[in-house]
Each structure stands twice: as C-alpha cells, then as structure tokens.
Design a binder for this molecule. Structure first.
Ligand code: AP5
Ligand code: MG
Ligand code: ZN
Length: 216
C-alpha cells in the first residue's frame, strides 16, 4: 500500500499516528496543515494567503492545497509511498488525489479513519503543545512533557497553535462535519476505508495500526 490517507476530526490524532507510521515504514508524513503553517511562519506568499482562513478555522481553497500536495508528492522521498495527513478534506480534493495517483500509477489509496468521541476533542486541542524543534506532539492533560513547556527529546520550546483556541476549534469542527466527514462514505463505498478507534491510548492505536498496515 503506497498512498495512505489519514482522515479524522481536528484533534483525532492524525499527526500523532502519522509520525509513528512514518517511522515504522520509513515513508514521509505529508501534512498540509504543517506545510501551510511553515509557509506562514516564513512569510511565504502562499502561507500569508492561507493564514486568515486557518485562523478562522476555515478550509484553505482546494487549488492551494492541491498544488502543495502535488509538488510534495513529486519529491523523491515519496516514491516508496507517503502518508497524507489532513488531506484530502473535500470531495474535490479526494477526486484530485484519485487523478494524481492514477497519473503516477500508484494504485488505490487506503484511507484510515481515526474516530474519536466529540466530547474529548476539545480537551485534546486546547491541551496540545508541539515542539518547535522536532515537531513532537504533547498534551498538557494526556501526554505532558517531563518539564513544563520543554520537549523531552531536545529541550525545544513547546508552542501552542494559534488555531487551538475554543472559538476557532468550534469552526474547525464545523468545517470537518460539513466538508470532510462525507469523505468517510466516499472511501467506504470504494472499499478503501480502515476504521480505527481513536479513543484508545496513542501507543495502543499505533501498535494496532502498524500491525494492520503490514498486512495490506
Ligand atoms: P491541520 O493542521 O490538519 O489541523 P486539523 O485537521 O484541525 O487536525 P489537528 O492537527 O488539529 O489534529 P490531529 O488529528 O493531527 O491531532 P494530533 O495528533 O495533533 O489543519 C489546520 C488548518 O490548515 C485547517 O483548519 C485549514 O485551515 C488548513 N488546512 C490543512 N489541510 C487542509 C486541506 N486539505 N484543505 C483545506 N485546508 C486545509 O493530536 C491532538 C492532541 O491530542 C495532541 O495534544 C496529542 O498529544 C493528543 N492525542 C493524540 N492522540 C491521543 C490519544 N490517543 N489519546 C490522548 N491524547 C491524544
Ligand atoms: Mg495534525
Ligand atoms: Zn523536540
């Protein structure tokens, strides 16, 4: 299986699990959210244009994210396979992925849907902190660093995302329900969906997921 798609609500654990699967299979994690945030940090035109949408909790236009993914997937490290983390998020993006994979003779993707009860998503998102050096994902409630505000691995400063405030989170959850959740049925109908119970602890989820992916 070469192209993995991680579906799931904001805070479901797409990034957390993508990092583990990336390590286990030595394939890159392609997160459109991470790429957009990095572009905004560097004040690149694409990042600056996307920033207002991201801070409002709205989706960035399809053309922008499709362009990002096409360019990233064209890099040599993606030849063996890749994980799309947070992409596609609209039906138009899903159809774009189908076309892109066909063009590259990559075969069908596998969509992994991480399902989490809605009442815990808010706590996961408001509690998230991310290492500014290595990208390790922490949570002040569920997975705190040993020392507050500092990464266990490299001492990097832990940052909170600008869109992890309650008002923006509500918008992100609404965008997910309206625009992204329909993709679950899209991949199920094609028999390309694997469901994961994202309410378990991260290690249990990763172990089960990696074991399953070795069989496909
Ligand atoms: P993006 O960065 O993709 O954000 P998102 O979809 O809202 O998802 P998150 O990154 O918030 O959650 P996650 O599922 O990765 O959870 P994580 O593993 O970090 O997108 C941001 C914005 O960019 C969008 O709003 C949009 O504007 C734009 N964008 C991006 N892609 C786009 C696209 N394709 N089209 C249009 N616009 C796009 O975990 C969350 C927290 O929970 C962490 O603290 C973690 O430690 C904790 N946690 C994880 N797993 C567990 C567990 N099993 N148990 C307990 N805690 C856990
Ligand atoms: Mg993420
Ligand atoms: Zn770190």
């Amino acid at each position: 299986m070469k192209a993995l798609i991680f579906l799931g609500a904001p805070g479901a654990g797409k990034g957390t699990q993508a990092r583990e699967v990336s390590k286990a299979f030595s394939i890159p994690q392609v997160s459109t959210g991470d790429i957009l945030r990095e572009a905004a940090r560097k004040q690149a035109p694409m990042g600056l244009a996307a920033k207002a949408d991201m801070e409002a909790g709205a989706l960035v236009p399809d053309e922008v994210v499709c362009g990002i993914v096409e360019e990233r997937i064209g890099e040599p490290d993606c030849r063996k396979g890749f994980i799309l983390d947070g992409f596609p998020r609209t039906l138009a993006q899903a159809k774009f992925v189908d076309g892109m994979l066909e063009k590259k003779s990559f075969g069908s993707p596998l969509a992994v849907n991480i399902r989490v009860d809605e009442d815990i998503l808010l706590k996961r998102l408001t509690g998230r902190r991310t290492c500014s050096v290595c990208g390790e994902i922490y949570n002040i409630y569920f997975n705190p660093p040993k020392k507050q505000g500092v990464c266990d691995r490299d001492g990097g400063k832990l940052l909170q995302r600008a869109d992890d405030n309650e008002a923006t989170i509500r918008q992100r959850l609404a965008a997910y329900e309206n625009q992204t959740a329909p993709l679950i049925a899209y991949y199920r109908a094609k028999n390309l969906l694997h469901e994961v119970d994202g309410n378990q602890d991260p290690e249990t989820i990763a172990r089960g997921l990696v074991r399953f992916l070795r069989t496909v």
